[in-house]
Design a protein around this ligand. Sequence first.
Ligand code: SF4
Ligand code: SF4
Length: 422
Amino acid sequence: MSNLDKHYEELSKCSKCGFCQAFCPVYAVTGIEPMAARGRNAQLAGFIEGKLSLSEIEEALSTCLLCRACVPSCFSGVKTDELVRVGREEIEKNKRGSLLKELVFNTILPYPERMAVLLKGLFFLKKMGLGKLADRLDVIPAFLMMQYPRRFLRYRSSAESTGKGKTVAYFRSCGFNYLLPDAGEATIRVIQDLGYDVIIPENNCCGLPPYAHGYTDVAKDLARKNIEALERYDLILTECGSCSSFLKKYAELFSDDRKYAERAKRLSERILDSSEFIFKNLQFTSHASHGANTRFAPTSHGLKVTYHDPCHLSRYQGITSEPREIIKSIPGIEFIELPEADWCCGGAGSYSIENKEISEKILERKINNVKKTGADILATSCPSCMIQLSYGIKKAGLNIKVLHVNQLLNLTFKTPEIPADK
Ligand code: SF4
Ligand code: SF4
């Protein structure tokens, strides 16, 4: 009996109406039926019924973005993203996963020091010329877009606390720590500017990447380590939409674990995405108050800014208005709504590497929409989206800067300059 059997009832809820097709970014660019929610669910049901083998349904499972766009559009409420993920668990259980995933999830990701060595090595190779070669060969957006890790975000224990203001713990996401540290530093400065003392505990990867790929045991091991490292703090913030969504999911992940259920629930309740925290602290009252916030020095940027919704922030956590309200509050900035702002950018962690062709077609649609806004800055809140969008903009030859919302906010707190490309 496979884990999937337990989900047969959920799969049976699918009426095969096909309404989800119009919302699936993968189906939109491929037109292939097993790549929309209806098709993926049919394949999973076929496997449970013994009509299809794991290898026959593998493509339908690996090409899902887990973007969840199909779920709110489904009248029967079928949770296709979760069903696909359980299917991937089955693939991993049968040892059909790739050797590279085995290596990354079992021997690198759980060890921050190994991650640091690997990333420093990759950056060294990039500097030594491999970057140019990769550029020419047009491979791996993350490699092309990674910043120089001048310093990874340093641990800061409570012994280094300034004692001024209330303390918050900052969760270091792998993306902002290892690849885009400028955004992490901006977040820390913004929180400090709001009058808080920031502690940076020794956390591990949140566990979302292995979880999404079906490596549930690895994800739970990482989650346990994080619970132990973070449970002493009253409030834990992260600016990574993917991390905040998964840290909030710990409660569900351990709901039937006698030792960790209560601890996981308590921790999940103390997690906030930085946009929720900053929004609350800036105490917005109404649209009429925008531009009058005295925390900001007046700027004369005249910058046009648009915003892309990361799936893990918008659909997994329902956070859509906070980042927009934060942007709109900045004096001198003109906010322009992005058409199809919540349409996935095709980044989805390692999706852009594993399914490059599909990912680029999805990205093309996103970049075309960004172009229509005439924006100078494309703001968002997830490292994977930032990397993918920067890659798309570079490829399209556009002069648009991709920034985290907190980087944008930090500019108005500190210096009215847009950071130069590295
Ligand atoms: S997943 Fe939902 S929307 Fe899609 S075919 Fe099934 S019932 Fe219809
Ligand atoms: S989660 Fe996203 S990619 Fe997967 S079937 Fe649903 S809409 Fe398509």
